[in-house]
Design a protein. Structure first.
Length: 229
């Protein structure tokens, strides 16, 4: 990113500061002036989006090739063809880029990606989305579980994992109460936690044991909690 700094010297007239034509600094251009390129901010935004997409694509490829251990800042920036400064303009760390890849993969199977938790979630749909995430995107699912494990020793990662988990609990709890209005908030959250814990265990088993039928176990789980089909 090009940073433009304007130096101001108190008490000095603009025409006395050398550097512009005739030894003066030209007046600052403003939007609406006839020589200002109105499309320049849009162009910069587009470049930022394209850079972000290249970084995430590179991160996704490196995860597929070598797992979490294969993702380093140097490898990501080299594969994406961007500088380290450009990377840090968009992401705080390589883990942030990895989290974004996981989030996009989860969004791809979200029953309501345009408005998560807006009030239309069904427990069956949320459970089905989690199962699809694990079974259809096993590489990213492994990374998701690895990141959760890293949260045991890394406070920054722990904070992100907990924030994501709490949002998921909120959605599952709301779906539980929608299907069983007799549940109070505490009971709904307890049920949501139990369902998510079971799904996480099923997911881990599925990734380790290819013969494990996660979908069948998830259906049994839904039957036990009395979710509507």
């Amino acid at each position: 990113m090009n940073l433009e700094r304007t130096l101001k010297f108190p008490g000095a007239p603009r025409t006395a500061i050398r550097g512009g034509p005739g030894g003066s600094v030209p007046p600052r251009r403003r939007p609406g002036d006839p020589d200002v390129d109105e499309e320049e901010p849009v162009a910069r935004y587009r470049v930022g989006i394209e850079t972000r997409d290249r970084i995430l694509a590179a991160t996704r490829d490196l995860l597929a090739e070598g797992g979490l251990e294969g993702v380093t800042l140097k490898r990501v920036t080299t594969a994406a063809g961007v500088g380290v400064g450009s990377f840090y303009n968009l992401f705080d760390s390589k883990e942030s880029a990895v989290f974004e890849v996981v989030r996009e993969t989860l969004d791809a199977v979200d029953p309501h990606p345009e408005a998560p938790g807006a009030g239309d979630d069904r427990l069956t749909d949320l459970v089905g989305a989690f199962v699809t995430f694990i079974t259809d995107s096993p590489t990213v699912a492994r990374i998701y579980l690895q990141l959760a494990g890293l949260g045991l020793t890394d406070p920054a990662i722990a904070a992100r994992v907990l924030r994501s988990h709490r949002l998921r609990v909120d959605r599952f709890a709301a779906a539980c109460r929608r299907e069983d209005p007799a549940l109070d908030d505490a009971s709904a959250r307890e049920r949501a936690q139990a369902v998510l814990a079971s799904l996480t265990g099923y997911g881990l088993t599925s990734l380790i044991d290819p013969t494990f039928d996660m979908a069948a176990h998830a259906r049994g789980l839904l039957d036990r909690v009395g979710a509507a089909g």
